[in-house]
Design a protein around this ligand. Structure first.
Ligand SMILES: CC(C)(COP(=O)(O)OP(=O)(O)OC[C@H]1O[C@@H](n2cnc3c(N)ncnc32)[C@H](O)[C@@H]1OP(=O)(O)O)[C@@H](O)C(=O)NCCC(=O)NCCS
Length: 222
């Protein structure tokens, strides 16, 4: 099903997981040999992401015949496209745009993180400043805000990694604002690693709530 991300020029499709066996069969040739022995859920999520990408491309007037993965695990998009794929237990989403219009994009869908798990996860994902900001918000928003923080950083990684070809640690980025009214956020990539220096700066993104998942998207215009 087509998904409206509220981003002009970006096409997105989503598909429920586990995958319908008919769709699995129809698209089974998209599965790389390396995943033949992967778990059923991994095979389903991989194919589902490709089905969504295929449908996006079709709607954009293009025929995507295959979508292999690069060694970085990023999808190897055709020359004229930028895109991003995400999946969780319940759904897969792909978002695509034309390269002339967009530099890159990142999308991520997460199920709500249990607030009881925040303390443990925060040591890897969040800075003290980010945790302070979350704890200053009403307690019933902590899980939602922490999930947005995590997802936004994953989206930023997916948008930037194909450009910088470098690993970005969760602590290299700092959330500046999460606005639950406008469903938007802004985060910045901090100064640090040399190879990331030309990407240092502020990034804005959108939050979409879809079928119980929190979806974040970051679109980089040319
Ligand atoms: C790569 C990563 C972001 C993927 O997230 P995930 O929670 O495993 O899973 P998602 O379902 O949301 O996304 C998986 C999809 O992301 C895409 N992806 C994987 N690596 C990627 C990369 N280097 N660049 C862009 N997209 C990538 C792939 O399409 C993958 O699906 P596929 O293998 O079926 O094609 C995550 O595994 C990771 O390594 N995170 C650490 C780095 C990070 O996020 N830092 C934050 C810095 S601000």
């Amino acid at each position: 099903m087509k998904l409206d991300l509220g981003e002009r020029g970006i096409m997105a499709y989503e598909l429920d997981l586990p995958l319908d066996p008919k769709i699995e069969l129809e698209y089974s040739h998209w599965l790389p040999e390396a995943l033949n022995r992967a778990s059923l859920s991994r095979r389903h999520e991989f194919i589902a992401g490709r089905v969504c990408a295929h449908k996006c491309a079709q709607t954009m007037g293009l025929e995507l015949l295959n979508l292999p993965s690069l060694p970085s695990r990023a999808p190897h998009w055709p020359e004229n496209l930028v895109g991003s794929i995400t999946h969780n237990k319940k759904l897969a989403i792909a978002a695509l745009g034309f390269k002339g219009q967009f530099k890159s994009l990142g999308i991520d869908a997460e199920e709500l993180i249990d607030p009881a798990k925040i303390a443990e996860l925060s040591t890897v994902i969040a800075s003290d400043t980010e945790m302070k900001a979350i704890r200053l918000s009403p307690q019933n928003e902590w899980g939602q805000r922490f999930t947005i923080l995590f997802s936004a950083k994953e989206s930023l990684f997916k948008a930037l990694n194909p450009l910088c070809h470098s690993f970005i640690d969760f602590k290299d980025a700092e959330m500046k604002d999460i606005c639950l009214k406008s469903n938007s956020f802004s985060l910045s990539l901090k100064k640090g690693k040399n190879e990331l220096s030309s990407f240092v700066g502020d990034y804005e993104g959108k939050i979409i709530y879809h079928k119980g998942s929190i979806v974040t998207v970051i679109v980089l215009n040319t």
